[in-house]
Ligand binder design. Structure first.
Ligand code: PLP
Length: 428
């Protein structure tokens, strides 16, 4: 499979090059040259297939022959070694729990898949790469865990000192081996700027790649979730709608890919916090990115969602057809907290703030489409946002074992306050 840059000024590349480059030389996002729908029989009998078989069917055309079948199947097996249950919340509303992975964030699947692809490409030890990521919290932990011990891949994670939660910091800084954490004296945007500068710096003597959802190997595996959810509900014979709590819009864009592969999804709802660039675009027809605002669903504090351009490509840059298949609603922190309380009181379910935004999106849609089954994605375990959850619901969240275990480990991070510190580290 070949990939082209959405800026249209770089040559086409194959899967391996797109994964290793992350971003095209013209700074555009890579996009697959073709999308071939899956066999209709397969979709209609999806209940007969294992998650691993479904994932293989969904992703194989995008990898092509660049990874042998058996190796790709092994990568998928290791990537998906946990559950993706749909839980009923109330009539016509369910949640797809994406937090059963090792760091309890939905980004685990993409990080694990990408790490294993890079490991394969470096199997002869001649394609060493350094994955450089800036994190405001959840991405760093998932990437650190996903890439731990992968041969020929070094991981450098930049995080803003004092701005991530205690649990998140431990997830980044306690693994060792091929994972290094740089604790930056600054805010998330400073970390992000340092990463961007490094990518453009010709004096860095390493091959650098990114591990956020601009990378196709992190973005595409997110298609699996929508197949797994559909498999659990299709026998109810209802039209299925997904409400996806969205920040960089990678997850929802993968859902639209699943739809293009033939999965019968009636509609998509991108639920956002007050960072409402996309809802405004759908309302007013003008795409006007803004600086991000801080909210309690902070993994979605994005003012200029990087994957939205892929969504526009999927709809041939036609606003009318986009609006036909896709809605977007924005919610305040106050509404989010209220939703968390309602879900807890009526369904005895503890939702994290991101999931609660997804729930609100589902409810908004159901107002005018009451006869559909609306599934919202629960993208993080409530323990990842412990303070907000405990404060809002006035209850205590039990800390899961895999989180408890790291709280006692010793933090190890290199402090830095400027780009020179990062550059020195990379070239040493
Ligand atoms: C990253 C993240 C999101 C947003 O996903 P996008 O693909 O960037 O839209 C939502 N919730 C949580 C908990 C996240 O970590």
């Amino acid at each position: 499979m070949n990939y082209y840059s959405l800026n249209k000024k770089s040559p086409k590349v194959n899967f391996q090059e797109a994964v290793v480059n992350g971003l095209a030389p013209d700074r555009g996002l890579y996009f697959p040259e073709s999308i071939t729908p899956l066999d209709n029989d397969f979709i209609q009998n999806i209940g007969e297939y294992s998650n691993e078989e479904i994932a293989y069917q969904a992703i194989k055309q995008f990898v092509g022959d660049e990874i042998p079948t058996e190796t790709l199947q092994q990568i998928i097996k290791e990537t998906l070694s946990f559950d993706f249950p749909v839980v009923e919340i109330e009539k016509n509303v369910g949640t797809l729990e994406l937090f059963h992975g090792p760091t309890m964030a939905f980004k685990d699947v993409g990080a694990r898949f990408m790490a294993r692809c890079l490991g394969y490409f470096n199997r002869n030890n001649d394609n060493k790469v350094t994955v450089l990521v800036a994190t405001s919290g959840d991405t760093g932990g998932a990437v650190a865990d996903g890439f731990l011990g992968v041969k020929g891949v070094e991981v450098v994670i930049l995080y803003p000192s004092g701005k991530v939660s205690n649990i998140q910091e431990k997830q980044l800084t306690t693994l060792g081996q091929n994972i290094t954490a740089l604790e930056v004296d600054g805010v998330f945007d400073d970390c992000q700027d340092m990463v961007k500068t490094a990518f453009l710096d010709t004096e860095i003597n390493r091959v650098l790649t990114s591990a956020n959802s601009i990378n196709i190997a992190r973005w595409l595996p997110q298609m699996f979730y929508f197949f797994f959810a559909y498999k659990q509900v299709y026998k109810q014979n209802k039209e299925v709608v997904f409400s996806v709590p969205s920040g960089n819009f990678g997850n929802i864009c993968a859902g639209i890919m699943a739809q293009k592969l033939g999965l019968p999804i009636k509609h998509f709802i991108a639920a956002t916090n007050v960072n409402d660039t996309v809802p405004n675009y759908l309302k007013e027809g003008v795409y006007n990115p803004k600086p991000s605002k801080a909210t309690i669903s902070n993994a979605m504090d994005v003012g200029n969602p990087s994957n939205f351009i892929r969504i526009q490509e999927l709809f041939n840059n036609d606003l009318a057809s986009l609006k036909n298949a896709f809605s977007s609603y924005s919610f305040t922190d106050e509404e989010t907290r209220k939703a968390m309380k309602v879900i807890y009181k009526n369904s005895n379910y503890v939702a994290d703030p991101h999931g609660a935004v997804g729930y609100l999106g589902a409810k908004e849609y159901l107002k005018n489409n009451s006869d559909t089954l609306c599934l919202f994605l629960e993208t993080a375990h409530p323990v990842k946002f412990l303070d907000v959850v405990e404060d809002t619901l006035d209850t205590q969240v039990t800390i899961p074992e895999k989180i408890e275990a790291i709280l006692h480990k010793k933090k190890s991070a290199i402090k830095t306050s400027s780009y020179d510190g990062l550059k020195e580290f990379l070239n040493s």
